[in-house]
Ligand binder design. Structure first.
Ligand code: ADP
Ligand code: MG
Length: 353
């Protein structure tokens, strides 16, 4: 009950907002279930200053508000800073729409940064500030990629330890927070909280096929339909162990890792083609490598070279993420302890590490 009492107290003392408190700015994104805008508070004298992000969502907004409030209490640094969420009733739309407000973390998603010709050096500049002046090359690129993957796994470990599976991990849902100079996860619209049974039945139609693990459903199909909340709380640690739903997100991280290393996988078509090849190899990365490496382009070859540094620990890590069977994939916590991260990341001299 503590959690509910705490949530209630928090709610009672928290500043509350309504529609007229916001000035809506430019559109940042539009999905099937909502529209996202940059926004600010109409009353500049309000205690909370600065740019905000507003999502106007359909019925799934209720779950997204719930997830964001849970994250704010349990693992705040994993995700974009959530400010407030409410139901805006209206006569036009049946049932109204949900409004969700976050702090504006910055302009760039990992997708934006990865599509730039400067990648990964543009990320290095953001994390360290300009003017590091080190020589470009494989070794340096490897450190940058390593730092990004570590930050991503760190955020994900926070969510998973809280009992939340994101289910839509992709570069478009990873934002660079200018304030903390780290990557944070956004868009909990498809997330599932297995400890309390919220959004327990997978809404597979919400998922992005480019990044989904082959099992698609996070729980095995034998799992009975959603039990009521108290039952779910009692059972879910067991279910978690049995089904390892967190490994669904790990597969997506593995794909992002590959995209960072192989420029040809960064475009939609490149990724789709890769997925097709991998499926033909029964989702075995070693098999994929042996089929493409003999005829590899210089770009691909460079990627393999990067992963082969230090006795191939990068390749070892990425193959432990991208596996057909969920139970053979590493967890976020185990991945963070992998020797790939032992070496100094983006300049151990940085205050960030
Ligand atoms: P959708 O359901 O449309 O995918 P998202 O929550 O992913 O909604 O947000 C859409 C886009 O809005 C993101 O890709 C990102 O560019 C931007 N965005 C979302 N949240 C933030 C935030 N807290 N700070 C800055 N930009 C954000
Ligand atoms: Mg999104």
């Amino acid at each position: 009950w503590d959690m509910f009492v705490l949530a209630f107290i928090e709610r009672a003392f928290q500043q509350s907002y309504r529609k007229d408190d916001f000035v809506i700015g430019k559109k940042l994104g539009e999905g099937a279930f909502g529209v996202v805008y940059k926004a600010s508070l109409a009353n500049k004298g309000s205690p909370k200053q600065g740019d905000l992000v507003l999502k106007k969502a359909t019925e799934y907004g209720a779950v997204e508000i719930w997830m964001n409030e849970r994250v704010r209490r349990a693992c705040a640094n994993s995700c974009a800073d959530f400010v407030y969420g409410f139901l805006e009733r209206s006569s036009k739309t049946k049932g109204g729409e949900y409004w969700l407000i976050w702090r504006f973390e910055g302009e760039d998603t990992l997708s934006d940064l990865m599509l730039s010709k400067e990648f990964p050096y543009n990320v290095e500049a953001k994390i360290l500030g300009e003017g590091q002046g080190l020589e470009k090359g494989l070794e340096r690129e490897n450190r940058i990629v390593q730092t990004i993957i570590r930050q991503l796994l760190f955020a994900l470990d926070g969510l998973h330890s809280t009992g939340i599976v994101h289910r839509d991990i992709k570069p478009q849902n990873i934002i660079f927070s200018e304030g903390s100079r780290t990557f944070k996860i956004i868009d909990l619209g498809a997330a599932a909280d297995l400890r309390v049974g919220i959004n327990y039945i997978p809404k597979e139609f919400l998922l992005d096929p480019r990044y989904t693990a082959p099992e698609q459903y996070i729980m095995s199909t034998q799992t009975p339909s959603a039990p009521s909340a108290p039952v779910a709380t009692a059972l879910s640690p067991v279910l978690w162990q049995m089904n390892l739903p967190d490994r669904f997100d790990i597969y997506s991280v593995g794909l992002i890792f590959l995209q960072m290393v192989f420029p040809s996988l960064r475009t939609d078509n490149g990724l789709i083609q890769f997925n097709r090849q991998l499926k033909r190899c029964n989702y075995d990365l070693d098999t994929w490598r042996s089929t493409v490496e003999p005829r590899a382009s210089p770009d691909l070859r460079k990627g393999f070279e990067l992963l082969d540094l230090d006795g191939g620990i990068g390749w070892e890590l990425v193959t432990s993420m991208v596996r057909f069977k969920a139970r053979q994939r590493t967890s976020a916590k185990a991945a963070l302890a992998h020797p790939y991260f032992n070496r100094e990341g983006l300049l151990g001299l940085s205050f960030m590490q």
